[in-house]
Design a protein. Structure first.
Length: 149
């Protein structure tokens, strides 16, 4: 529990304890002036009633504040989820566009390379099999010679 909650509960029980020990004084009626009239009421019970009403109002206000905060939290969570989905779609779109652009660039480079090869005087054997793009084998390096001791 938070320290504030413990403090409020402690004060509440302290008031109840004091009222319990002084019940005769709390329940003794005395004349109370209410601006236009005078009434005989037990002042202690009146003050306890006012305290109870204020406590109920305070609890209602706290409940309302918590409810508003909960609804706002849910709304913000929903908005954040929608924004995340939109960001994911945009990211997928950018990756798709980048993939298409790179594919076009690679095709352009292959055409350009084919044009350069055609204009060069290099003979490529006719029986040589074309290597599909991206599958060319890189010759393995020879293993390093070990030093003899």
């Amino acid at each position: 529990m938070k320290i504030r909650t413990i403090l409020v509960i402690s004060i509440f029980f302290l008031v109840l304890l004091i009222a319990g020990f002084n019940w005769e004084a709390f329940s003794e009626p005395i004349p109370i002036f209410l601006l236009f009239t005078t009434v005989n009421l037990p002042i202690g019970l009146s003050m306890l009633a006012v305290l109870a009403i204020l406590g109920a109002v305070m609890l209602a206000l706290i409940g309302k504040t918590q409810t508003v905060a909960l609804f706002e939290h849910r709304s913000l969570t929903k908005q954040l989820s929608e924004a995340q989905k939109l960001a994911n779609k945009e990211e997928e779109s950018r990756f798709r566009d980048l993939k298409n652009l790179l594919g076009e660039e690679i095709e352009y480079m292959h055409r350009k390379l084919d044009m350069i090869i055609e204009h060069m005087d290099i003979e490529i054997p006719q029986d040589a099999e074309p290597v599909p793009h991206g599958e060319a084998e890189i010759p393995a390096e020879s293993p390093p010679k070990q030093l003899e001791e």
